[in-house]
Design a protein around this ligand. Sequence first.
Ligand SMILES: [Zn+2]
Length: 209
Amino acid sequence: MRKNICPVCGEKSLSKHFEKQILKEPFGRGKEIEIVEYRCNACGSSGDFFHENDILIEEALSILKAQSVKNILNDFSNDKKIQLSAIERVLSLPQRTLTKWKNGAVKPSAAGVALLKIIGLFPWILEVAENKFNYDIAQSIFIESAVETFMTYRIQERSTQANEASSMPSTQTDALTVVYSPPEPFIDSILSSQRVEYGIGQNNISPTA
Ligand SMILES: [Zn+2]
């Protein structure tokens, strides 16, 4: 396909434009790329007529994904709660493989990347795996984590309210605090359910044992 002919009207009247775009990948930083757009001066059509952006975007995403894996694994190293030895033990993902992903010697599989993101977001999933994915134990680990998160937000919310009189809270954290606070009756009903009462603080005890 000739790149000076409009695929819509066939006129030889195309102009080429570049537009900056920022690609984002969870746990990775953003990457700026320049995407191409053709505009036809004859019929007014516009777009990536010759599919030049696909390759560009794919390459940039591949770099971002590698960076995001590196960031997640660095976070694991900094956060003592997640240890590579634990990942190896409970998920049979060898530490040497993780190290190769981290230093870029080997490109991780898509499944591997997804798994790391899940562990990064929900570190308690390792405890679930350690307990051999037992349903009841998994539920209590999950709910304990949810309650802990809820309490953290509540504390933040209270300190925000306390500060409101003297200052103008306008940070993103303040907004998040409000968004993530479930209504009181919701939490009351969770706390009064049998499974939760059992679960809090008793991660490692199987309810059915
Ligand atoms: Zn045209």
